[in-house]
Design a protein around this ligand. Structure first.
Ligand SMILES: [Zn+2]
Length: 470
């Protein structure tokens, strides 16, 4: 969006909860929800004398996230303390990686109506989450269950112009992290949260204006709305001769605009020091390569491969929108000789069942159906019907096709018998054919298809009709 000749320049910080079983520095469960304050111990409650121990699973998932985003990994990274007071942070500081993050210099490729673009990632580091404050009438309740849940924070450069690019970035980042299996990335449960930094400048400018940060936005469409409303607010201030104050704001979902929270903190405010209780973290090349070996292809790679095999762009995008779809189709693809036909059937008849929570056919059943269709044993209508039936009953498509008489009719004698029957029923067409008007053969072919309820194999029917009138 452009507003009064101005555009928004956007950088994003994304917090992603890693899906470890245990918390970052203790063995409490990191699972979402549960009874309040039921998943905490002296370490995550910051009791005196309690000592943190790094959870190796969190390190591994952070490395996976970094690799999926094309980052360099550091052989040695370190932990620091970021000090601030907040009631849901009992230690009075957060353990993070400020000076030496585990990953740096990655990128995410996005596609928008303006074309393709690369958004650079400055850094990715491990840190712990804080607890949650809940209001209950007059009471403010502190729930510490989330204290110490491992996060990665991903920080981009201010490479995005306007809301469309920012939304495309978050969508692509989310999809990439889902495929890397590092997080469930549920924005509604807060396992993926975005802070958006916005400044404005005249369209096409190169300098960066003073920025405001809008904290904790929890849906992609709100990110778009927050950026658009911030573009208007800042532009109006500048055009009326005012100055932008660097500050932290929050987005009001009900009002659709951001509101001031506080002046933006500076690095000095946090008084970062090295975390004295945790040794430097070593992730050497051998370790990183081992982790890389466990990872599947990235969605953008699978998508490009599908398109190259002749699958329609929208279908490839849909298949690569969820790891479950891509995995399922990957298994199909291995043995299907006709990938585009498989993708057609998969997108129209399997994905809708997967997303509606319906029972969907197994990979084996889907493959059998696809091959029966590709080999001309059943027509497309029957193939789709079979996919529906085998999802419901669990019987094999081949058995079901036999039971419901869905196999294509290819038997020469049987087809010839139908041609004879059709010829008796369509006397006028027969007379025309005998006069030499060969196009009337179509009438006979059509009648045979009707008599066979669409099951007769079209080529066999055409041949039989030709033979009948020779
Ligand atoms: Zn704990």
């Amino acid at each position: 969006m452009i507003y009064k000749g101005y555009e928004a320049v956007v950088g994003i910080e994304v917090h992603v909860e890693l899906k470890t079983k245990e918390k970052a520095f203790c063995t409490c469960s990191a699972e979402y929800g549960g009874e309040m304050n039921s998943k905490c111990c002296p370490v995550c409650l910051g009791m005196p004398g309690a000592l943190p121990v790094v959870n190796p699973e969190a390190v591994k998932l952070a490395v996976k996230a970094g690799l999926a985003l094309g980052c360099e990994t550091s052989e040695i990274s370190r932990f620091d303390r970021k000090h601030y007071f907040y009631p849901d942070l009992p230690k009075g500081y957060q353990i993070t990686q400020f000076y030496d993050p585990i990953c740096k210099n990655g990128e995410v490729k996005i596609k928008t109506s303006m074309g393709e673009k690369t958004v650079r990632i400055e850094r990715l580091h491990i840190e712990e989450d804080a607890g949650k404050l809940k209001r209950d009438g007059d009471l403010l309740i502190i729930d510490h269950n989330r204290c110490g849940v491992p996060l990665v924070e991903i920080v981009t450069y201010p490479d995005m112009i306007g809301s469309e690019e920012a939304m495309a970035f978050v969508n692509e980042l989310r999809r990439t992290l889902l495929f890397a299996e590092v997080s469930d990335c549920k924005m509604n449960e807060g396992s993926l949260r975005c802070d958006v930094n916005v400044s404005v400048r005249p369209v096409g400018g190169t300098s960066l204006g003073r920025r405001c940060e809008i904290k904790n936005i929890n849906s992609v469409s709100f990110i778009g709305k927050a950026i658009d409303s911030e573009l208007k607010r800042q532009t109006d201030i500048i055009l009326s001769g005012g100055k932008i104050v660097t500050e932290t704001r929050r987005f009001s979902e009900t009002k659709g605009v951001s509101e001031r929270m506080r002046d933006k903190e500076t690095t000095a405010d946090y008084k970062y020091i090295r975390e004295p209780d945790i040794l430097p973290l070593k992730t050497d090349r051998e370790y990183v390569e081992r982790v890389r070996g466990e990872m599947r292809a990235l969605p953008c790679e699978i998508e490009a491969e599908l398109i190259a095999s002749g699958v329609k762009k929208e279908q490839a995008e849909l298949i690569c929108s969820e790891p479950m779809f891509a995995d399922c189709f990957e298994k199909v693809k291995l043995s299907a000789s006709d990938i585009p036909a498989g993708a057609n059937l998969f997108v129209s008849d399997v994905i809708p069942k997967m997303t509606s929570g319906d029972v969907y056919p197994s990979v084996e059943a889907f493959l059998q159906c696809l091959h029966m269709y590709l080999d001309g044993e059943v027509n497309i209508v029957s193939a789709r019907e079979l996919l529906k039936l085998c999802g419901k009953t669990g019987e094999s498509p081949r058995d079901l096709a036999g039971k419901h008489g869905m196999f294509m009719l290819r038997d020469e004698w049987e087809i010839m018998r139908l041609v004879e029957e059709a010829a008796e029923e369509c006397e006028s067409a027969v007379r025309e054919i005998k006069k030499g008007k060969l196009t009337a053969k179509k009438v006979i072919v059509g009648q045979v298809m009707k008599l066979s309820r669409g099951r007769a194999e079209p080529r066999a029917v055409n041949e039989a009709v030709d033979r009948y009138f020779q």
